[in-house]
Design a protein around this ligand. Structure first.
Ligand code: GDP
Length: 735
């Protein structure tokens, strides 16, 4: 089938939603997601008119590979003919970080079906299971693809019986998970049944694949495939059982189109009123309804800047439309609308509901954003409320193997941290190290793989270290801060911040974005503060710290307020114990004496005075470190339950739930992040490799006192600081 189509023809297909499929590939790391996308693109990539004349998609791929860059887009569109009809299949990239924050499933939100790739050699791994569960939670229909079957034949040289055993194990595992986590009414329909053609077997690398009915139709047996390998006739095998045909036939036949998927998925993934005009338009995939787009991925184009790719759930988006970004609370006039053809973007006039679109010029847009017709800005409930801050808990130092790559590495880290808000890139000022912080070992591993593969930079990484927080356990003060020129004095007290307030900050309901009046209201109504206390909040630090002005009648205070706020945030960025961020303090400015001449009360005077007094108070209020704690969930056969619980307890953790579901026991507990580095191998030996487990960030907890001094010393030395932390006296100044 010719893969070239006129734009007008493509848009016609997009309007007829029965000819559209929006899918994704999910897999454990290294199970072949990238290889599969590249192979499908090479065989079935929809060619755009601008490219078709000059080159085939494959040439483009080869060219890019020669130059060492792999295609990195949010979406690849494929063209496939099934029973004489052409279909557009949008393959949406599900970013590596999609599962790590527990709740964040933005890429899955945008697709209706997915291929779960499972490596035939390794079988089900942690992330195969986690991702499958997430897909089921979002009502995304999964199809199982057993990949790397060539390795069973060529490398492991397994007998057909052994191969069969492996397949059965993987299929059972898949079906068990659907039984446990699937929606009751779909459980049965979604199970993998080889005889019905809902499991695909193949090799993404060697580009062949089959389902059982396909084999039967072509009169082939598994032993025939083995023979092709023996004879070295891979090309023939590829022609006989082309990968894209196997995959895309199944996609068209067994995965839902937007008209089928949306009425079933919207009630689950969107919390607004289904009877409202917006709700109704989304349920019907209405081209004429209000525009609603859920952004699944942000990429940077060196020429075009921020590209926001997302799924249109209702309405038709056109160039020049007025839209509203719900999380960013910003209005835009859309400067350019484009669609993907193969891996390329083509500018178009408009794109209808049920499809994917790439919008340019929305520079405040981030993954997870909800875009809505500006006329509905006050009625839209977002798909995913933006969490104010993520809690990256592990850090690695990254350096390029070749020093000349350093500028590119910095650029790559910067981009990654914007594309994935859960990754934080920083520089250690003392040691000059480039640091990357993330949600866990696997998260960082994937980030490093992206740097190496997509940016083509060879890197060396350090062992991961845990991120801590500093906090206080009592109140203290007032303590005086004196400016370097001695002309200004500020007095502060400190106390632990209430849990309720921290919760409000972490939800995003309390921040400096709000007006002073709105902040006051939240504190009084939701946190139970007295209106006097809530009267004058100077600033709220997203790391859960708050600064309040409790003074009355201090002259010139208004002029230096901002500077006091900046001094406070500076103090909170790196605490005095070990230069880790401060968390959970309430600081009150109780008095001040300021110089009458503005020249003598600039930021260089006020900021250090503020920080110095806060540190004096902090160190006098029983300071300690907080360590991140994971919630750990383990699935294990009952005979290995003891191994799991004793491992968790030995690691300073605790088990709070043990539940038997069918032949499997589910264990839930808490475990300090610092104890989980290298946990994989210990878990394997404690359970003979039968446990599946996952860790997600749960909360911060004080480090046991017995460990505190050593830990502080260790962190300080790693950062190139003096081993002993400063004493309060070093920050206390007298009148
Ligand atoms: P991803 O992390 O899921 O994107 O995995 P990749 O696509 O990068 O694949 C990881 C490794 O497995 C690469 O070295 C691939 O060449 C290899 N690979 C992928 N699919 C196959 C396959 O079907 N057979 C074999 N033998 N290797 C494969």
């Amino acid at each position: 089938m010719p893969r070239f189509r006129k734009i007008s023809e493509i848009l016609r297909m997009m309007k007829d939603k029965t000819h559209v499929r929006n899918i994704g590939i999910i897999a454990h790391i290294d199970h072949g997601k990238t290889t599969m996308s590249d192979s499908l693109l090479a065989e079935a990539g929809l060619l755009s008119p601008t490219v078709a004349g000059e080159a085939r998609a494959l040439d483009y791929l080869e060219e890019e590979q020669k130059r060492g860059i792999t295609i990195k887009t949010a979406n690849i569109s494929l063209l496939h003919e099934y029973e004489g009809e052409p279909y557009v299949i949008n393959l949406i990239d599900t970013p590596g970080h999609v599962d790590f924050s527990g709740k964040v499933t933005r890429a899955l939100r945008a697709i209706d079906g997915c291929l779960l790739l499972v490596d035939a050699v390794e079988e089900f791994m942690v992330m195969s299971e986690v991702r499958l569960r997430k897909a089921l939670e979002e009502r995304v229909k999964p199809i199982l693809f057993i990949n790397k079957v060539d390795r069973l034949i060529k490398e492991l040289k397994l007998t057909p019986e052994k191969v069969q055993e492996k397949f059965v194990r993987i299929i059972n595992q898949f079906n068990n998970l659907i039984e446990t986590y699937g929606e009751p009414e779909y459980k049965d329909k979604w199970k993998a049944r080889p005889a019905e053609g809902t499991v695909i077997f193949g090799s993404a690398l060697h580009r062949w694949g089959f389902t059982i009915p396909m084999m039967q139709k072509k009169g082939l047996k598994f032993s025939d495939i083995v023979k092709y390998y023996k004879d070295g006739n891979l090309d023939e095998l590829r022609e006989l059982l082309p990968l894209h045909e196997a995959v895309l036939d199944v996609v068209v036949k067994h995965l839902p189109n937007p008209l089928e998927a949306q009425p079933f998925r919207i009630p689950k993934i969107w919390k607004g009123d289904l009877d409202s005009p917006i709700g109704q338009a989304m349920m019907k995939v209405d081209d004429d309804g209000p525009t609603v787009i859920c952004v699944s991925k942000i990429t940077f184009d060196p020429h075009a800047g921020v590209v926001s790719a997302g799924r249109i759930f209702s309405g038709t988006i056109k160039k020049g439309d007025e839209v509203y970004l719900v999380n960013a609370a910003t209005k835009y006039k859309v400067p350019q609308v484009s669609i993907y053809m193969g891996p390329f973007r083509e500018v178009v006039d408009e794109v209808p509901a049920g499809n994917f679109v790439a919008l340019l010029g929305l520079d405040k847009c981030r993954a997870g954003e909800t875009i809505v017709d500006a006329a509905y800005s006050d009625q839209m409930v977002p798909f995913e409320p933006m969490k104010y801050i993520s809690e990256p808990v592990l850090t690695i130092a990254v350096e390029p193997k070749h020093p000349r790559d350093l500028p590119r590495l910095i650029e790559a880290m910067k981009r990654l941290s914007i594309e994935d808000p859960n990754l934080v890139a920083t520089v250690n000022q003392e040691t000059g190290e480039y640091l990357l912080s993330g949600m866990g070992e696997l998260h960082l591993e994937i980030a490093c793989k992206t740097i190496q593969r997509d940016f083509n930079i060879e890197i060396i990484t350090s062992e991961p270290t845990v991120v801590y927080r500093e906090t206080v356990r009592t109140s203290a003060g007032p303590f005086m801060g004196k400016s370097p020129n001695k002309h200004n004095k500020l007095w502060f007290t400190i106390e632990p911040l209430e849990e309720e307030v921290m919760k409000l900050i972490s939800e995003g309901s309390l921040s400096d974005v709000l007006s002073a009046k709105a902040r006051r209201e939240v504190l009084v109504k939701k946190a139970g503060w007295s209106s006097r206390e809530a009267r004058d909040v100077i600033t709220i630090d997203p790391n859960m710290n708050i600064l309040i002005d409790c003074t009355t009648g201090v002259q010139y205070l208004r002029e230096v307020r901002e500077m006091i706020g900046a001094g406070f945030r500076w103090a909170c960025e790196a605490g005095p114990l070990a230069e880790e961020p401060i968390r959970g303090i309430k600081v009150k400015l109780v008095d001040a004496q300021l110089h009458e001449d503005p020249v003598h009360r600039g930021p260089a005077q006020i900021m250090p005075a503020t920080r110095q007094a806060i540190f004096a108070a902090f160190l006098s209020a029983k300071p300690t470190l907080l360590e991140p704690i994971y919630k750990i969930q383990v699935r294990v056969p009952p005979q290995h339950l003891g191994g799991v619980t004793s491992l968790i307890t030995r690691k300073r953790g605790s088990v709070f739930k043990v539940e038997q579901r069918g032949p499997i026991v589910f264990v839930e507990g808490y475990i300090p992040v610092s104890e989980t580095i290298g946990l994989a191998s210990e878990m394997r030996s404690a359970t003979s490799g039968t446990a599946f487990w996952q860790c997600t960030f749960s909360h911060w907890a004080p480090v046991p006192d017995s460990m505190l001094p050593d830990l502080i010393r260790k962190i300080r030395m790693r950062k190139g600081l003096k081993p002993e932390p400063p004493k309060a006296e070093q920050f206390i100044v007298r009148e």
